[in-house]
Design a protein around this ligand. Structure first.
Ligand code: ASP
Length: 371
């Protein structure tokens, strides 16, 4: 009898241990509910393969005037950026970390309108904006009009993590950066032949025609390069981030949509994560990123339909150019654009990075996330 009782005790302990081993502690205090939900939907928690998604963009606009070499450089950088995010997600890291890492690589490259490559203002210096949002907690951080910060997305993350605020601008944001040990870089760090030439040309043209210094926010002949990323991590949590130098020859102090939570950047585990690119003034007036997510949440439409309706109907009706990357908690992705191009790259747990979007007829380039 005693032996039977001992045996059944052993069986119970073994079952408890087996069940417990399926619940590993997620990184960074992440919520594991998403993983369970997805597992249960598939009917068997033990068969759940780690699943995650990362999508990045390098700006909506017209890429047709770019040389093949410029396109190749941007594409290679985007692959490098996505590899940085993939490395984090594949080892169970958070979507917020992956978004920050992905965007930082693009900021550092000098090839995009963000970080080192940011467009100049009419005063001839870059002023940078960035935001990041955690879809699990709705925590968000953003910075705007900073002039001496190499990685505005990192500073935005610190605003989210270390302050009671959501947004810091200009000198206050840079003071905060110093207090966090971030080195303020000189304007020469951002020196960029392409942007300097654009600025000099506009100044020269202004000698004959004063309005040449004030081109429309979205001139037809120019490329774009705001960068952004959205991610879903293994714990089922969403995040979004965006970083930009804004629009060409913008006024000093102009702030676009990218750092405005709900306009150019938004993430909520209950609906979706969005990063936008386009004429910021329209994205702000239409609170584009939040509108897409709230349609998913309240109208129960797919992320694809919500993103399409906002970008291809609402924005088009207002002649507002741009595009978005959007991702829902089930891993569905939408990347609508109403411009001729928007470079996007995506990767899932299978490690295949696919980059496309510099022209409507170019086939996606697929490479492995393993270097
Ligand atoms: N949305 C950005 C801004 O208005 C520009 C862009 O995406 O190209 O600042």
């Amino acid at each position: 009898m005693k032996v039977i009782r001992l045996c059944s005790l052993f069986v119970v302990v073994a079952i408890v241990a087996a069940v417990a081993s399926n619940y590993s502690r997620p990184a960074d205090g992440a919520d594991i509910r998403g993983l369970h939900t997805r597992a249960n939907r598939q009917g068997d928690a033990r068969q759940t393969a780690p699943s995650f998604v990362l999508v990045a963009h390098g700006g909506a606009g017209d890429y047709s005037k770019m040389s093949q070499e410029q396109i190749d450089e941007r594409r290679t950088t985007m692959v490098r950026a996505i590899r940085a995010g993939y490395a984090i997600l594949s080892r169970g890291g958070t979507s917020v970390d992956a978004v920050e890492a992905t965007i930082s690589v693009m900021e550092d490259s000098g090839l995009f309108d963000a970080g080192r490559g940011g467009y100049y203002t009419r005063a001839g210096v870059p002023e940078l904006d960035a935001a990041i949002m955690d879809g699990r907690t709705l925590a968000a951080g953003s910075v705007a009009a900073v002039q001496h910060i190499a990685n505005p997305i990192h500073l935005a993350r610190l605003v989210m993590k270390k302050t009671p605020h959501v947004m810091l601008v200009g000198a206050g944001a840079e003071e905060f950066a110093k207090s966090q040990g971030i080195e303020l870089v000189s304007p020469y760090y951002f020196y960029n032949e392409r942007e300097w030439q654009r600025f000099k040309d506009a100044q020269q043209a202004a000698k004959n025609n004063a309005s040449a210094l004030y081109p429309p926010a979205w001139p037809n002949d120019h490329e774009h390069g705001t960068v952004g990323a959205v991610a879903l991590d293994q714990a089922g949590n969403l995040a979004a981030g965006t970083s930009t130098g804004g629009t060409v020859m913008k006024m000093s102090g102009r702030v676009g949509d990218s750092p405005i939570i709900g306009a150019g950047t938004y993430a909520n585990n209950k609906s979706c994560a969005v990063s936008g690119t386009g004429v910021g003034e329209y994205f702000m007036r239409n609170v584009v990123a939040a509108d897409i997510c709230e349609r998913v949440r309240y109208l129960h439409v797919s992320v694809e339909q919500a993103a399409n309706d906002v970008v291809m109907k609402e924005l088009v009706a207002q002649h507002a150019e741009g595009g978005v990357i959007a991702l829902d908690p089930q891993g569905n992705v939408a990347t609508p654009l109403n411009t001729t191009g928007m470079m996007t790259g995506a990767v899932r747990a299978d490690g295949k990075i696919s980059v496309k979007g510099w022209s409507t007829d170019a086939a996606p380039v697929v490479v492995s996330a393993a270097e």
